[in-house]
Unconditional design. Structure first.
Length: 249
């Protein structure tokens, strides 16, 4: 772990940064820049946790009991492809978090996951912001825009907004961004399009493929992944980063 990074990418889950920004990350590290990927929701699941969405996801992923550990190993492999350092926080994925008094799952279904932040989870944003304040020094901090309204993406965005200041910008959450058109003429945002070299795009493909358990969540197979991601990048002209025109801090 370095004391300073040219860029730090906040990834809600163990794949989001590579899915959304893998090309630009590889492009930066290939030019000698230092990049850290911080995965916030990388913690272990309670062993006795059960819910409809957990059963569905674990079955689709075909992972052993310790799914989080297997996914952390996938993330390390992806970060090596991209040339980035990694940091895994101990916050469990939202599907593993419980209501503090009843013990019930906060997000028992996919509809709940993409339905916004549960009231019992709101304090987590402040806790995450406090931890973000202790990150290594950095030139840029990049967080998810929260496209798709996934609770974890929204929480990471809220935490980043609390501490990011002038160094903060936002990346488009892929694949959710593929289904939502963003307006680059919005006065609240300034858009930067980062063109990708063929080597950058290939590295993004390779990093996404390192998450073997996750491919089936979004793609039929690797060929389909490369087609979909390649088409999205071509349409966008590269990978898009958004800067708020008004900064709170």
């Amino acid at each position: 772990m370095n004391e300073y990074y040219d860029a730090i990418y906040l990834s809600p889950h163990l794949d989001d940064a590579a899915l959304s920004c893998g090309g630009q990350i590889y492009g930066q590290t290939a030019q000698g820049q230092s990049v850290l990927i911080v995965t916030v929701m990388a913690g272990d699941a309670p062993l006795d946790m059960r819910s409809p969405i957990i059963e569905e996801l674990h079955g689709r992923w075909r992972l052993p009991q310790d799914a989080a550990a297997a996914r952390r190993a996938e993330d390390q492999a992806a970060c090596r492809v991209l040339g980035a350092d990694w940091q895994h926080w101990d916050v469990p994925d939202c599907v593993y978090r419980r209501e503090p008094f009843t013990g019930a799952a906060l997000y028992p279904t996919w509809e709940a996951v993409i339905g916004g932040v549960h009231p019992a989870d709101e304090a987590l944003a402040a806790d995450l912001a406090a931890r973000l304040a202790d990150l290594p020094g950095h030139g840029r901090l990049l967080a998810p825009m929260g496209i798709g309204s996934h609770a974890d993406h929204l929480l990471v965005k809220m935490a980043a907004q609390a501490v990011g200041g002038q160094r903060l910008s936002f990346y488009e959450d892929y694949p959710y961004a593929a289904a939502q058109s963003l307006d680059g003429n919005d006065n609240e945002w300034r858009l930067e399009v980062i063109p990708l070299r063929p080597a950058d795009l290939d590295a993004r493909f390779e990093a996404i493929a390192a998450y073997k358990s996750q491919l089936s969540s979004f793609f039929h197979d690797r060929a389909d992944m490369e087609q979909q991601v390649g088409d999205f990048v071509k349409c966008a002209g590269g990978e898009r980063i958004w800067y708020p025109t008004v900064v709170n801090r």
